[in-house]
Each structure stands twice: as C-alpha cells, then as structure tokens.
Design a protein around this ligand. Structure first.
Ligand code: SF4
Length: 224
C-alpha cells in the first residue's frame, strides 16, 4: 500500500525565508504538530482530527487557512502539481512538523521528477530524507510540548533559522549550538512578527556573530 501524507495546504508561491529567499516554490504543509510554540502562526495544523479530513479538491481550493486536511499519495501530489499548472521546481515541505514522518520516499519521488526539495523542521524529530534534500532546522527550544531539539537534526541541517524577539532567544540559540558543537552552519535570525525591536535586535546580533538576517519577505509583500 502506498504511503499517504496528511496535507493541510498545497500552494505555489515565493519562498520568503532563509537561503532560498526569492525562489519560486511549491509548499506542502503537513498536518500535525505536538511541539506547542506559543507564537506559532499555523496553530490550525496542530491536531490531526478525522472529522477535519476533506477530499483533495476541497483542501487544494480552501478559501482560507483552516484545520481541514486531505490524505494524499505521492502520485496524488504530482497530479495536483500538473492539474494546477505549477511552474516552480523547488518543493518546500513544512508543517506542522513534517519530520513526524519519514520523508525519504516523498523527497526521492519529487527529486526523480526533477524537483529540488527542502524540509522546514523544528529539529525535535529525527530528520529522515534524501541526501540531496535541503534541511532547514528552526530549533524550537523549551516549548510547551516538551520535545528537546535533537543533536542529529542540528547536524543534518543545511541551515539553522531562528525566530527571535528578545535577548533570551539569542542566548537560547547560542547555548544550543555550543552544547551540540554546531559551528559550521549558516545561521539566520528571523525577527518574530516583524516587530521593530525584534528586527533591530536581529540586525545587531547578525552583525556581531556574522549570522544572516531572514525577514520573511512574503509578509512584507503580502503573499502567502
Ligand atoms: Fe507551530 Fe512549527 Fe512550533 Fe509546530 S514547531 S508549534 S508548527 S511553530
């Protein structure tokens, strides 16, 4: 039986964060996340409730963000790309927390079709994917769900992307990187909610540490 994925959203846009900023991308948002970040902007993806299951057409055409999700096989996903006429060649698998699943087969299937793949994860689950997949770990430290950030996820990361609003968030990140001996990854700081204070703190901290600024371009230009 083929693997199915619980997909909350599937859409084409421009990647607005991290190394791939500006890249036309197809986003696959998986349902389900137990991590519990208080400031999460996709809380509608947290629970997997069977009453929220809809068919693929309803999920793809949902008029706004919602708790509804559809079960899709890899072939279903490729069929929707074709049906929607998507042009992007880069796929971003996000959530929710996508690494609750083994994503190797999905990424391999997409790569076999000529797509590049990227996973965005909190780092609290083991990352299972292809070698070619670009892994963005946005470490969620000491969140309500009680899941620790895994050393293996940090080591697999191609980039670390950290949302910050206060000095404590910066300190948390430095401690995490130090504790896990992560010294050679591109680190992006992302001001939470585009707040002026958070942005100034991110700019200053990037300069001090030779890190990079990620400003969620999609939010400034008003796209998804
Ligand atoms: Fe939200 Fe991501 Fe945190 Fe899950 S890990 S609660 S989806 S921000």
């Amino acid at each position: 039986m083929s693997v199915t994925y619980k997909i909350n959203e599937l859409f084409e846009t421009i990647q607005g964060e991290g190394s791939f900023t500006g890249q036309p991308s197809i986003f696959l948002r998986l349902q389900g996340c137990p991590v519990g970040c208080s400031w999460c902007d996709t809380k509608h993806t947290w629970d997997i409730d069977i009453v929220d299951q809809v068919d693929i057409d309803n999920m793809v055409n949902k008029p706004q963000e919602s708790v509804s999700w559809a079960n899709m096989t890899e072939q279903d996903i490729l069929a929707v790309f074709k049906q929607q006429g998507y042009q992007a060649r880069h796929i971003v698998i996000t959530g929710g927390e996508p690494c609750m699943m083994d994503l190797t087969s999905l990424c391999q299937t997409l790569e076999d079709q000529g797509y590049s793949t990227q996973i965005e994860t909190s780092g609290t689950f083991e990352v299972k994917t292809t070698d070619a997949c670009w892994v963005t770990v946005s470490p969620k430290i000491n969140m309500k769900g009680g899941y620790p950030v895994l050393k293996s996820a940090l080591e697999r990361a191609n980039e670390i992307k950290h949302p910050i609003a206060t000095n404590a968030h910066v300190d948390d990140l430095k401690l995490l990187l130090e504790k896990n001996n992560i010294t050679n990854k591109p680190v992006y700081l992302q001001p939470i909610s585009q707040k002026k204070r958070a942005t100034e703190l991110a700019i200053q901290t990037c300069i001090e540490n030779n890190w990079r600024l990620s400003i969620q371009v999609h939010k400034y230009i008003g796209i998804e």
